[in-house]
Design a protein around this ligand. Structure first.
Ligand code: PLP
Length: 368
């Protein structure tokens, strides 16, 4: 069986370092808001190009996005029912972060070639209530343009990045997570930079927002037992910070491997029933390798019969989810998004796959 993603094997590469780090944290007796978190925040800031004091480790990727929006609300820059423009084709977490803050998600269709938000369809959705564009660098591909910057400037909108899937990607030499006003990261175990449990982070160019978010993630308190906000409890464990500091050193090497596997797939998958992704190599870090096929379910079954595990990112679009059944989202007609959800299939891609496995997948796909 070729696994979709073998997390055991991925972490085994660094087992000795990870075990040493775990021992160090256990022996220290200090488990939250300590020097491991501080070190990781500094390393992540340096990697992304952000300010260390404006890089905040939190509990998970969903909280990262939630806390950014909550931070803007606390600063008086957003309020209940304000509108946030967001891609219709994304993981549900992006939408939940908006609706949890009683803000209104305004869904925009993706570009069928890149699967990312169609920047040309944003302006028609802007109203007096629009406060931000929450971008998602979906599947690991950066989405950005000068036109987007101009739109944000013209209408005075914040640009927030959901960078859960694209750490290491760049646009014009700038890393995702450092393009907009603020960004959320996820270090869920299966993400490109994966912890051994849940964790996430926020970067922002706004020092005031950073200060507010840092308090919000710790019960709304800057000083112990003094609560300025009714905050959340969303902190990165010291042990996860220690693991992530190790794994961050290898992210570029792992990304390069993913990029070479993706390149091989694109060059050698020649079956006309399979639509390959369109990309620019520097801007794509291949969190997942997504192809499209009219007979998607049949193709998935065929691959399964040939011992190849695949996944679907994602089978049900956010506006069709039961949790939004009683909201205006449920009435939306989004043909491109719906087509994508019917046709996409994610092939195995990971830094620990062998070339032999990659070749086998190509061969089997070409004989479908
Ligand atoms: C994984 C993911 C999240 C949420 O991250 P968690 O750490 O799982 O909470 C948010 N947005 C996108 C696009 C994701 O892929």
């Amino acid at each position: 069986m070729i696994h979709f993603l073998d997390l055991q094997k991925i972490n085994a590469q660094y087992a000795e370092q990870l075990k040493n780090a775990a021992s160090r944290v256990i022996d220290s007796g200090w488990f939250l808001l300590g020097k491991e978190t501080e070190i990781f925040e500094r390393k992540l800031a340096e990697y992304v190009g952000a300010e260390p004091s404006q890089t905040i480790a939190v509990g998970n990727g969903l909280d990262a996005l939630r806390l950014i929006l909550r931070g803007y609300i606390e600063l008086g820059e957003m309020q209940e029912y304000d509108e946030i423009i967001v891609p219709a084709n994304t993981y549900i977490a992006t939408i939940i972060a908006i609706s949890d803050n009683r803000l209104t998600p305004v869904l925009v269709e993706p570009n069928i070639e890149t699967y990312n938000i169609d920047i040309d369809r944003i302006e028609e959705k802007i109203t007096e209530k629009t406060k931000a564009i929450l971008l998602v660098h979906l599947y690991g591909q950066a989405v950005w343009s000068e036109k987007l910057e101009q739109l944000a400037q013209k209408y005075n909108l914040k640009i927030i990045e959901d960078n859960a899937q694209a750490i290491g990607a760049t646009w014009n030499g700038i890393r995702t997570g450092n393009l907009g006003d603020a960004a959320g990261f996820s270090f869920y175990p299966a993400k490109n930079l994966g912890a051994l449990g849940d964790s996430g982070a926020i970067t922002t160019k706004n020092p005031e927002l950073a200060k507010t978010i840092r308090a919000l993630g710790n019960y709304g308190s800057e000083r112990k037992y003094h609560n300025a906000f009714r905050g959340a409890n969303s902190r990165m464990d010291e042990i996860q910070a220690a693991f992530l500091s190790i794994k961050l050193d290898y992210i570029d090497t792992e990304t390069a491997t993913l990029q070479s596997i993706a390149e091989y797939y694109c060059k050698h998958i020649t079956n006309s029933k399979i639509i390959l992704p369109s990309f620019d190599n520097r801007s794509h870090v291949w969190h997942v390798f997504v192809v499209r096929c009219k007979q998607r379910d049949d193709l998935q079954k065929y691959l399964e019969n040939h011992q190849i595990q695949t996944q679907i990112h994602y089978p049900i679009p956010p506006h069709k989810q039961v949790c939004y059944a009683n909201t205006p989202l449920a009435k939306l007609h989004l043909p491109i998004t719906e087509q994508i959800h019917r046709e996409v299939l994610s092939l195995p891609i990971s830094p620990v796959m062998t070339m032999e496995q990659v070749k086998k997948i190509v061969e089997i796909l070409n004989s479908y």
